[in-house]
Unconditional design. Structure first.
Length: 370
């Protein structure tokens, strides 16, 4: 069965110096370079382009991720200036473009691109020679230096923007700032410019009040690339029922995250000031499985009254790699197990296909430029 991953911050490979054109075992066993320092072990890498093909992952919403340094923000080591934020974001866009140029990927800029790409994948029995589809998104908006600049990013192929990531971003409050922080001064203007150029708003990683204000201003399409349900797992990083319902009413698809911090029910997580890094000390890895992920998928379906708004948003490698994923997920190819679990719970083939890939396909066919 095909898969579309609603969240893969793949350009982290630029920072982590990983060659994701290689088979996963080669990425994981790459020799350490002299003087190299990384806060993430290559052996925990969950995905590469060959592994996506092996797992039937036809496309993914891949991300530009840059968190500019601000006092008190949870993310350390971000760029010190606006110019550096912009340059780093553009560098990640260039990474995706060169993968397309080399035939490894296809950037899906328009609705017809999506239809043609998915028809190509559906018509094949093996995917070894196919490009992987990329929807280009930005997690947090720090590389956008002023609202009008969003048109430049859209012309370059960017299609999805979230206003927050970790801490305060340029335009609004993100994870780690509580639920009450709203838009900053130029946030409304950015949203109006996003409307004008046809950009999609991702409500992930964004404080509740920022989302509420944004939904009152922004008239365009919205999605939640990797959000779980606060009613199942408490905490500001999850999505409240009222915001889930508002998003569903606006036609959003909600991607269920594979991050164990967002799936663990018995641990109180404080996202303010720092990002939790000690999972192993607080819960056993085997305590979080894909059964927990499917619980969130089913909860969204219950709120919606159908299976047209729930899907996968793996946060693939964004949660630190396999060590931060459910116990039964080693690589992105294991996302196929979601379909098995849904089948065991009695869901029909049509419903399972909706969740695995058709919801994301239909969404982007509807809301990308024609």
């Amino acid at each position: 069965m095909l898969v579309i991953d609603g969240d893969y911050p793949m350009a982290l490979a630029v920072k982590l110096n990983r060659d994701l054109t290689l088979p996963i075992d080669q990425v994981r066993s790459a020799p350490e370079l002299p003087g190299a320092r990384s806060n993430r072990d290559d052996s925990e890498t969950m995905s590469s382009l060959p592994e996506m093909r092996r797992g039937g992952v036809a496309a993914a919403l891949v991300k530009v991720v840059v968190d500019q340094h601000r006092d008190g923000a949870p993310m350390a080591g971000g760029p010190r200036s606006d110019e550096l934020s912009y340059a780093l974001g553009q560098g990640q866009m260039a990474y995706y473009r060169i993968l397309e140029t080399k035939g490894e990927a296809r950037i899906l800029r328009t609705s017809s691109d999506v239809t043609e790409h998915m028809q190509q994948w559906e018509s094949q029995e093996t995917y070894d020679d196919l490009p992987v589809g990329f929807f280009l998104g930005m997690e947090g908006a720090d590389p956008i230096l002023w609202p009008e600049q969003v048109h430049e990013w859209h012309a370059d192929g960017l299609r999805v923007i979230s206003l927050g990531h970790y801490g305060p971003s340029r335009f609004g409050h993100g994870t780690g700032t509580g639920t009450e922080g709203g838009l900053f001064e130029r946030g409304p203007e950015l949203l109006r410019e996003m409307d004008a150029c046809g950009m999609i708003l991702d409500v992930t990683h964004t404080a509740d009040e920022t989302v509420r204000q944004a939904l009152d201003i922004f008239n365009g399409p919205i999605l939640a690339s990797h959000q779980n349900c606060r009613s199942i797992v408490p905490g500001e990083r999850q999505m409240s029922d009222d915001l889930l319902k508002r998003s569903i009413e606006r036609g959003a698809v909600i991607g269920a995250s594979m991050d164990t911090w967002m799936l663990t029910r018995n641990v109180e997580k404080d996202w303010s000031g720092k990002i939790p890094q000690t999972r192993e000390e607080l819960f056993r890895p085997e305590d979080v499985t894909l059964e927990d992920v499917v619980d969130h998928i089913e909860y969204v379906c219950e709120l919606a009254g159908d299976t047209l708004h729930a899907s996968i948003g793996g946060d693939t490698d964004g949660q630190g790699g396999a060590i931060g994923a459910p116990y039964d997920v080693d690589t992105i190819a294991d996302y196929q197990k979601v379909a098995i679990i849904l089948g065991e719970r009695g869901w029909s083939t049509a419903d399972i296909e909706n969740i695995m890939w058709r919801n994301w396909q239909r969404y982007f066919e509807e809301f990308l430029p024609k």
